[in-house]
Design a binder for this molecule. Structure first.
Ligand code: GAL
Length: 657
């Protein structure tokens, strides 16, 4: 193995805070940047966190402003692509791996996953996926093409601990050794190739055994089980892994899996009158229907024990979020207490969420726009701050607590202490699209008032708020235009480059007194448009952007760029829409750094390769590398044009050593 290029070196200070802080070039950056909330920690408070070493790391590697050419990102910029274990590894039952909730639920309800070839039993799950378990060398070749210096991957908990419970007895872990050897191999291979590993501990693939035992994240015991599993990972891999992400997207994990089921495992849904999901469901059933299969759970220690196999309950996603955030904090605590000083790595969480753009059209008055900005901030506190505030400030945003009233779980004093600053090393942010936001109106066009104190509840918490990337929804979650940007290949996925700049500013302004090593974009990317997504009426969107003087976002596309599976050499490999996506988003990221002074330190494109796109199966392609999942037994990796485009962008826009 080569000498280690440790993550800390690559986390060298970009000096963004000190460099070239100009007035924003466009009002896009200040649309909803909030002044710090009352509950945001001051510098002093943030420094209180028991974690002194990130500062040392900073100063050791700091580059002077003079060395960073104006307009370029610094040489220390972390550049790479991301994947997740269940989406790429395959080998679902190889070498002693245990089942995750994704194995279990996709096997039980195969028709809830899209597939173009229902005769192929592997087309509706991650059984084989990209078979990265056996083909990792080929993935590395793709990383090299894009000139990646980092690779973000996730570790499958049930590959290491098939029943989810990690234990160390007499100095020996009960680990599935073969599984651990796979990650040893991956990590070593990356380092030999000068690619720094950035490892995510949890990307939605909870061991099924824990779901059966206590309902997974709905039970407080998940916190300690996660922290123990994390401890094993730090101990085993931490000599080589210097960048850790605890949890990927708590919002999607909890809202997708415990509220909006059956899209995401474990297929719980708490919408109105949930129907019990039948395993003979015909076709993709996203209109309702949930799994009742679950173990007996206790939301918190001492709480009532909820029986096994119960119907989904109100507030499940709220409790899932609560437990997962505490689990994150406990894992960080283990790392800081036992490993960080010696291993000198950094640890943080990855949250997701759309930046919120205040709605504006030619009739919007200045007063209305001001009010919409206020609502954009509020919407961002609900969508992002709910998950990003606790690991920074130690608590939920005031607005969320007030509006949720007694439906909001409360962190104990000890939990708050653990949470506060638990992502101060860095914050990971996954960003794809944007939302418009404004104060909601009733049917007569009258503004809806915020909930009063008595009204505060889960159901009322957002009654006066409106946010979406469309101006409305038709049945089947079809966008009513104008949409915020053009429609990419997934219903929620629209292309609006400024969102990354708006969101980076929002997060950075909120947490700059706490963050020690800035923000990393841990995912961003798009599915090339395809025929499966119903397209919004482009003309309405184009007219809208023209009417507000932002013609550059009126980028409709014609049929010629839509993915055509029968002609791989065409729009699949020549993915011009995706190239334009990266161009727009990366330019906005660059501006956030050079113009706004946002301390953004990395960008991981989603995704390195086409892979198992959850409920969309293999039908929606986010990759920069093509795989013919149905016909090519070898699963040959074929680079798309976007992969080389990213290499070019990197060379031109990132300072080269
Ligand atoms: C993210 C998720 C990824 C990937 C991506 C594209 O929310 O973390 O696993 O699926 O979206 O949908």
């Amino acid at each position: 193995m080569k000498s280690l290029t440790i993550f800390t070196t690559l986390l060298a200070v970009t000096a963004a805070k000190k460099c070239i802080v100009k007035a924003p070039a466009d009002d896009v950056t200040d649309v909803n940047a909030p002044a710090a909330d009352g509950n945001i920690a001051s510098d002093d408070e943030a420094a209180n966190v028991d974690e002194p070493i990130a500062d040392d790391i900073d100063s050791a590697d700091e580059k002077s402003d003079a060395e960073a050419p104006k307009g370029k990102l610094p040489a220390s910029f972390k550049w790479g692509a991301a994947t997740a274990a269940y989406q790429v590894e395959g080998a679902w039952d190889t070498d002693g791996r245990g089942e995750s909730v994704w194995d279990y639920f996709t096997h039980l309800y195969p028709k809830n996953v899209e597939s173009g070839d229902r005769t192929n039993p592997d087309s509706t799950n991650g059984n084989v996926a990209c078979d990265s378990y056996h083909k990792f060398d080929e993935d590395v070749k793709m990383m090299k093409i894009m000139k990646a210096n980092h690779y973000r991957f996730s570790i499958s908990w049930s590959r290491l601990f098939p029943d989810g419970v990690a234990k160390k007895v007499n100095g020996k872990w009960n680990v599935n050794e073969k599984g651990a050897e796979y990650y040893d191999m991956m990590i070593d291979t990356l380092i030999e190739n000068d690619i720094t590993p950035l490892a995510t501990l949890y990307h939605w693939d909870l061991p099924y055994a824990l779901h059966e035992k206590y309902g997974g994240w709905l039970d407080y015991r998940s916190q300690d089980d996660f922290a123990k599993y994390a401890e094993f990972c730090f101990e085993r891999f931490g000599d080589r892994v210097k960048g850790w992400i605890t949890i990927n997207e708590p919002w999607v994990n909890c809202v997708g899996g415990y509220k909006n089921g059956p899209g995401k495992a474990p297929y719980r849904c708490t919408g109105e009158a949930p129907r019990k999901l039948q395993n003979d469901t015909t076709g993709l059933d996203l209109e309702g229907g949930c799994s009742y299969e679950i173990g007996p759970s206790q939301y918190y220690k001492g709480a009532e024990v909820l029986p096994a196999d119960r119907a989904p309950q109100r507030l499940e996603e709220v409790w899932c979020s609560h437990n997962i955030l505490i689990a994150h904090a406990k894992a960080v605590n283990v790392y800081r207490k036992k490993f960080q000083k010696k291993q000198k790595g950094l640890i943080g969480i990855t949250v997701d969420g759309e930046a919120q753009i205040p709605w504006e059209d030619e009739n919007t008055t200045p007063e209305e726009l001001e009010n919409n900005k206020k609502y954009a901030n509020l919407a961002a506190e609900f969508r992002i701050g709910w998950y990003s505030d606790p690991p920074m400030t130690g608590d939920y945003p005031e607005s969320v607590k007030q509006r949720m009233g007694k439906d909001m779980p409360v962190f104990t004093a000890e939990e708050k202490k653990l949470l506060k600053g638990s992502s101060s090393d860095f914050l990971g942010w996954n960003t794809y699209t944007a939302h418009w936001a404004e104060q909601a109106k009733d049917e007569d066009g009258k503004l809806i008032e915020p909930p009063t104190e008595e009204e505060a509840s889960y159901e009322n918490s957002k009654k006066d708020m409106w946010d979406d990337n469309c101006r409305g929804r038709a049945p089947g979650w079809v966008c009513i235009p104008p949409t915020l940007g053009s429609q990419a290949g997934s219903s929620w996925n629209t292309k609006y480059g400024p969102t990354i700049r708006v969101g980076l500013n929002w997060l950075y302004n909120r947490y700059k007194s706490i963050l020690k090593n800035g923000i990393i974009i841990t995912e961003n990317g798009c599915a090339q448009p395809n025929y499966k997504v119903s397209r919004a009426n482009d003309q309405v969107t184009i007219d809208y952007f023209k009417s507000i003087g932002k013609e550059e976002y009126a980028d409709a596309y014609d049929e010629s760029i839509i993915e055509d599976e029968s002609n791989i050499e065409g729009t699949i490999l020549h993915d011009t829409y995706r190239i334009d996506w990266y161009k727009q988003y990366l330019e906005n990221l660059r501006l956030a750094y050079v113009e706004d002074g946002v301390d953004v330190r990395g960008y991981m494109a989603w995704s390195l390769i086409d892979n198992f796109e959850w409920e969309n199966g293999y039908e929606t392609r986010f990759g920069m590398t093509y795989i013919d999942f149905y016909n090519d037994k070898e699963l040959t990796r074929i680079p798309k044009d976007s992969l080389t485009y990213l290499a070019e962008w990197f060379t031109e826009n990132v300072e080269q050593e």
